[in-house]
Ligand binder design. Structure first.
Ligand code: ATP
Ligand code: MG
Length: 452
């Protein structure tokens, strides 16, 4: 306790935080030395910045918005950091709402575009006892449960995750402000955590996933000290609420770099906390070819501007777990269909302990899986019933992925490709050819099931 006090006093008088590595001198990069131009910033983001400035507050574009423009890309969204408190921001914008508990932020809404405005956050290491109330909370694992202590711009910079995410752009004088050598890391194309990596991962284990996401998306390497603790700390992700991890999984796999992301997650031990049963099945020899093929297709779709559905992604990511469990139940004597049905229930029950799966996604995911044993059964009216199933299209796409992954013999996918495009006559013809190819259509009498 005494030591703790001395630390605080030292920190207070030195004016710097000695726990943080690297030089943290403010560098102002003038407009002729960087390529951020106002025209790359959306109108709503510019509006929010100028209104805050005109009201006398400091306000900067920060995070992915600055980073992606500096890299010559198109930002996904715009984040703003300001000296105004959430209440003050809310008061300035009628079209805004206060959200969040862990981090209180303001969303300013312009049609479909949402500008996220955060107040400069204070430095965790400088937290006083009086801050130790409801504004900042830490768990027994060192995890920050709440972080609503406000501070200066420099403090805000070192509270951010990676140096390339802590660059600020000022629309008044067009400078980029850098406190953490983010510009140099951007040039080196590396993801570097600000401060002591282990401490920062313990504060928020999701930063490990974010490191992977940015490395994959930007094609950056993860700086050695930033990558070193990940293997060991990966299990900390099991302390994160399943709903937050669900959101993170979607971000990881819908940014257009799913396959690379999957490889990195596997390499860094991060697949197991997200998909425990899938990771276990793969470790036991189950193939992950279907996951890879599905992610490859997803990446292609995103590159073409198409959307991806969370239930399709999850159907693929949990497939190895389902296969293993389905087989296990059949080996125990369950017939194919009930074994599938109960394996599905079990796999979902296990998964929601790691990441939640909202019902609107788990329902369709189950249907995709259940249709996989209906797709090969095409005789008589069955094909037409399957074809009219609301989830037929997704199940058929899933079947094609299984074929492409080499999991099943090709042929069935092609059959369905043709069948769904034909008129009634054509379909009848295909069904009769099917009948003759697989022997007489006459139903065999079912033998009564043996009882023992
Ligand atoms: P994206 O392109 O995915 O939007 P981003 O860098 O903008 O990337 P956001 O999730 O939008 O990421 O967050 C905005 C900024 O907030 C980040 O750039 C980073 O500075 C800060 N931030 C977000 N999450 C964390 C976190 N878990 N810990 C510390 N800082 C964070
Ligand atoms: Mg962002």
């Amino acid at each position: 306790m005494f030591n703790n006090l001395i630390d605080k006093v030292t920190t207070y008088f030195s004016g710097t935080d000695e726990n943080r590595s690297g030089p943290e001198q403010r560098q102002d990069i003038p407009r002729d030395q960087h390529n951020v131009s106002r025209s790359a910033i959306s109108e709503p983001a510019k509006k929010v910045l100028s209104r805050l400035n005109n009201a006398g507050y400091e306000a900067y574009l920060v995070g992915g918005g600055v980073r992606d423009i500096l890299l010559g890309g198109q930002p996904k969204d715009f984040d703003i950091a300001t000296s105004a408190t959430p209440e003050e921001v809310h008061e300035l914008f009628r079209n805004s709402r206060l959200i969040g508990r862990r981090f209180r932020i303001v969303h300013v809404l312009f049609g479909r575009e949402v500008i996220e405005v955060t107040t400069f956050r204070g430095n965790a290491a400088d937290a006083d006892e009086e801050d130790d109330d409801d504004d900042r909370r830490t768990s027994e694992h060192g995890q920050l449960l709440r972080d609503n202590v406000y501070g200066s711009m420099q403090e805000d910079a070192v509270r951010r995750d990676f140096t390339v995410n802590a660059l600020y752009y000022c629309i008044r004088d067009f400078t980029v402000v850098d406190f953490t050598n983010g510009m140099s890391d951007l040039k080196k194309r590396q993801v570097r955590l600000i401060g002591d990596p282990e401490t920062r991962y313990r504060e928020d284990p999701v930063r490990m996933l974010r490191a992977i996401r940015f490395a994959a998306k930007l094609g950056f390497t993860i700086e050695p000290e930033t990558e070193a603790p990940i293997h060991k700390l990966a299990p900390l992700l099991t302390h994160i609420p399943p709903a937050r991890l669900f959101e993170e999984v979607l971000k990881l796999f819908s940014a257009g770099y799913g396959e690379v992301t999957y490889d990195l997650l596997s390499d860094y031990n991060l697949l197991a906390p997200l998909f425990p049963e899938t990771a276990a099945a793969i470790a036991n020899g189950e193939s992950d070819q279907l996951i890879r093929q599905a992610l490859r297709n997803t990446d292609k779709r995103i590159a073409q501007g198409k959307s991806v559905t969370p239930y399709f992604l999850f159907a693929a990511l949990l497939w190895p777990a389902l296969q293993a469990e389905w087989r296990r139940r059949q080996d125990n004597g369950d017939p194919v269909q009930p074994a599938l049905h109960s394996a599905i229930g079990w796999v979902i029950g296990q998964q929601v302990q790691a990441t939640s799966i909202p019902r609107r996604f788990s329902g369709p995911m189950k249907e995709i899986w259940e249709l996989q044993i209906r797709l090969p059964r095409r005789q008589g009216k069955r094909s037409l019933v399957t074809l009219s199933h609301p989830r037929f299209r997704a199940a058929y796409d899933f079947l094609l992925v299984r074929e492409d992954a080499g999991e099943i013999e090709p042929g069935l996918g092609q059959w369905w490709t043709e069948f769904q495009e034909l008129d009634e006559k054509g379909q009848e013809r295909m069904l009769s050819e099917l009948g003759s190819a697989t022997g007489p259509k006459k139903r065999k009498r079912k033998k009564p099931a043996k009882k023992d």
